[in-house]
Ligand binder design. Structure first.
Ligand code: ATP
Ligand code: MG
Ligand code: MG
Ligand code: MG
Length: 474
């Protein structure tokens, strides 16, 4: 409906890009719909390319928010609406229609097409920044008033919430967000909302008014032109339209939860925010989706630029086996279910199912070796003298055979704190051949890189998920 709505007002549909960012993009993953259009914002687009002709665009984009400026990894599982992988619905005006037109269409789509009660919607706008010399976006506030939104539901916020930035540098601008109150009783929660005290208030759509290019020193340069860039989470919208307060209760996740349930040896999913098993259900469902998409787009867990993917898969395996008591060597069977739920939008997933499963299986082998070794060493470390009083893990126990992501999983299990900087320092000392505090570890098996054949790379290129520039990654 989203795509059709904007197509009917002359927007061109542009397919999702891969989640792997272009080289030297400065981000770990594609984190929003606008990433592939960055050259248009910056005015650096190749004039002979098709992109140079884009005026109005609509799309749904595979997004990953792990690492970098937008990192939601720690929230996932602990709330109902942050995922590591999600789909972002977006419409763009490249120096074409106005702010007022963008707000009008968003409001029309939500309230008239999706028929979401206007009385449950709240609007935020940018309050300005003295430090950066930016004025409040009163124009935006007036547009919403003109559209009939009561003043008391149009609320001002600062840089953190209402000034969107893609990363440390790059295109950015003030934004206006649409939030939905899905709690019981009266929706008149504006005061609590300002105080950020309302769990039941959820951001659904962000309209960004691209105006600046943030420089490494934090200063803002004007872009050659101004643009509209919007993004709405498909999973949050789905929850809203299916009258669910949790994204995980929608049909996007149902099949995945059913399958996890059939493998788990704990109680069924109960939807609690605090129960360890319910958190684990959500983490596993979320992370398997993320891993499926990343691997399909050509990332191999554990290679230099994809440690984050390995970390997500390890977390997933840990929650699945330690908390949900799923048997070993079963997690890969979730891939087919994920593919089933996403293949309408991304048909290339289906033909890659077996390969994705294979990569996850191999990652699990490595995980199992590492977690077993890690646990042994952790016990030894905690019983020995060299573990300081504040339970900070001291150097030398793990060497480089057990990765940091495993150590952090174990630290949690053993209830000890972990100092990442200290770890890095110890590791560099170890690499300088400092003797280990315990006898050296056997080299962990499965250290060899997983390699794709030249044929695989060609196929990825044909599927448009690897560019010639990306071939170094394989
Ligand atoms: P939040 O404040 O909830 O973290 P955000 O302000 O970081 O969201 P934006 O960068 O404005 O999000 O992205 C646009 C839209 O994408 C959001 O309004 C939301 O619907 C959706 N979205 C953002 N992050 C996530 C996520 N981690 N999982 C699912 N949907 C998301
Ligand atoms: Mg966020
Ligand atoms: Mg926000
Ligand atoms: Mg936002």
């Amino acid at each position: 409906m989203f795509v059709e709505y904007f197509k009917s007002s002359d927007h061109l549909f542009v397919p999702s890009s891969s989640v792997i960012p272009k080289k030297n993009d400065g981000s770990y993953f594609v984190n929003s719909g606008m990433n592939q259009f960055k050259p248009i914002f910056l005015g650096t687009v190749d004039q002979s390319s098709e992109m140079a002709s884009y005026k109005r665009v609509v799309n749904y984009q595979k997004c990953i928010r792990v690492g970098g400026k937008h990192n939601d990894l720690e929230d996932v599982g602990h709330d109902y609406y942050h995922h590591t992988f999600f789909e972002m619905l977006g419409n763009w005006s490249f120096n074409d229609y106005s702010k007022a037109e963008a707000c009008r269409m968003a409001w029309d789509l939500l309230t008239n097409v999706y028929e979401i009660p206007a009385s449950r919607l709240y609007i935020t706008y940018f309050v300005g920044s003295e430090k950066l010399g930016l004025k409040a976006d009163e124009e935006c506030k007036d547009i919403w008033i003109q559209l009939g939104v009561p003043k008391e539901r149009i609320l001002p916020f600062g840089m953190k919430d209402n000034f969107w930035v893609m990363g440390e540098v790059g295109p950015c601008g003030p934004c206006s967000e649409i939030h939905y109150y899905h709690g019981g009783g009266s929706a008149d929660k504006a005061r609590d909302f300002v105080n950020r005290g309302v769990e039941d208030m959820k951001e659904i759509w962000n309209l960004v008014f691209m105006q600046y290019d943030r420089q490494p020193d934090g200063s803002l340069m004007n872009l050659p032109a101004t643009h509209i860039d919007t993004g709405m989470g498909l999973e949050r919208l789905t929850a809203l339209l299916q009258s669910k307060s949790s994204n995980y209760d929608t049909d996007l996740f149902r099949g995945i939860f059913n399958h996890i349930s059939s493998l788990a040896n704990v109680d069924k999913y109960g939807g609690s925010l605090v129960s360890k098993t319910d958190v684990a259900y959500r983490v596993v469902a979320d992370h398997v989706r993320m891993a499926t998409i990343c691997i399909a787009d050509g990332l191999m867990p554990g290679r230099k630029d994809s440690e984050l993917l390995r970390q997500v898969i390890y977390r997933c395996l840990y929650q699945a086996q330690e908390v949900l008591k799923m048997p070993q060597h079963t997690i890969h069977s979730l891939v087919a279910i994920v593919v089933q739920s996403l293949k309408v939008s991304y048909p290339y997933l289906e033909e890659n199912t077996k390969q994705i499963e294979e990569v996850i299986r191999e990652t699990e082998h490595r995980y199992l070796c590492n977690i077993t070794t890690g646990r042994k060493i952790m016990k030894k470390a905690l019983n020995s003298q060299s573990c300081s009083e504040n339970h900070k893990l001291s150097e030398g126990y793990f060497g480089s055979a057990v990765s940091y992501d495993i150590i952090s999983l174990l630290a949690h299990e053993f209830n000890v704190s972990l100092d990442h900087d200290d770890y890095e320092r110890c590791l560099s000392n170890i690499n300088k051949a400092k003797p280990l505090a315990v006898s050296p570890l056997q080299p962990a098996p499965f250290q060899r890189p997983i390699s794709l054949t030249q044929q695989d790379v060609m196929r990825l290129k044909e599927m448009n998920i690897a560019s010639t520039d990306d071939s170094h990654k394989y």
